[in-house]
Design a protein around this ligand. Structure first.
Ligand SMILES: Nc1ncnc2c1ncn2[C@@H]1O[C@H](COP(=O)(O)OP(=O)(O)OP(=O)(O)O)[C@@H](O)[C@H]1O
Ligand SMILES: [Mg+2]
Length: 260
């Protein structure tokens, strides 16, 4: 069975998409069969992996598969082959058809992503889900489907609240779904600078999540943005990026956890 992980933080712009896409790249670069799921109605991950056309494409969309139980077995039909790994793209229908609100009202609406992924016929080693900002039905679905979360967070005082809210959300989901267990597998302290605030934040992550969770330090690099605009991860982009090692470390740690 695939080892799956959600990349989530309710706060916008903390690096979820950057981390999800480049983690998928790192895992693929290490020889794994990887599926990236873009669960964000904004579709930035879909754009970042070079298949922007998929976002506007007609035909079966993620919305149809999640909301129509007659179509939930058709997950394979959503999968697109991007150069480095497979992708279930986001689609404009997630916005225009209001998938998030519809999931809230659907029977078993929190479990639809998990049900859809269970119907995949390809044997992936890893599934990485890029979550939207916010803690709505799509994020709940991702957390319940994967049971694991990687949290990109900025190293500023104001990002503490977002991480605490995610912690609370995980606690509520575990209360509402007693069979569910959602484990944090890491925090990616993004845009780390050499100053007191960053060091204090990194210590704080350690206390909130305990020894269980590694804290990775990602620095600000324009190459990350240029690779994204070129539709590739930094592993396939034609410029060197010294942050490859960070994503490779996360990938190696997940491989270790998957083998346990
Ligand atoms: N370490 C970094 N160095 C340089 N640019 C970065 C870094 N992390 C993120 N960015 C840039 O910051 C912007 C926001 O990042 P990203 O889209 O990954 O965040 P997000 O959490 O997915 O946002 P949203 O909440 O809107 O989904 C993007 O333009 C991205 O390229
Ligand atoms: Mg994003």
């Amino acid at each position: 069975m695939a080892y799956s992980v959600s990349v989530s933080n309710q706060k916008g712009g903390t690096g979820k998409t950057t981390v999800a896409v480049n983690l998928a790249g790192a895992l693929a670069n290490r020889g794994n069969k990887v599926l990236l799921v873009d669960l964000d109605p904004q579709g930035y991950a879909t754009e970042s992996v070079g298949i922007p056309d998929a976002y506007d494409a007609d035909g079966l969309t993620l919305h149809d598969v999640l909301l129509d139980l007659d179509k939930i077995s058709r997950t394979d039909d959503l999968v697109r082959e991007a150069p480095e790994f497979d992708v279930i793209p986001s689609n404009v229908a997630l916005t225009s058809k209001n998938t998030e609100t519809n999931l809230q009202n659907a029977q078993g609406g929190e479990r639809r992503v998990g049900m859809a992924l269970d119907n995949l016929s390809t044997d992936y080693d890893f599934i990485v889900i890029d979550c939207p900002p916010g803690l709505g039905a799509l994020t709940d679905n991702a957390l319940l489907a994967t049971g694991r979360v990687l949290i990109p967070a900025e190293t500023k005082g104001t990002s503490k609240r977002a991480v605490e809210l995610l912690r609370d959300q995980i606690d509520s989901l575990e209360m509402l779904f007693p069979e569910a267990s959602i484990q944090p597998v890491g925090v990616v302290a993004n845009d780390v600078r050499q100053d007191g605030v960053s060091n204090e934040m990194i210590e704080w992550f350690d206390t909130v999540f305990g020894e269980l969770v590694p804290v990775y330090e990602l620095r600000k690099r324009v190459v990350l943005q240029r690779a994204q605009m070129a539709g590739r991860t930094i592993f396939e982009h034609d410029e060197e990026c010294d942050m490859e090692g960070v994503f490779d470390d996360i990938a190696a740690d997940l491989e270790g956890r998957a083998a346990e």
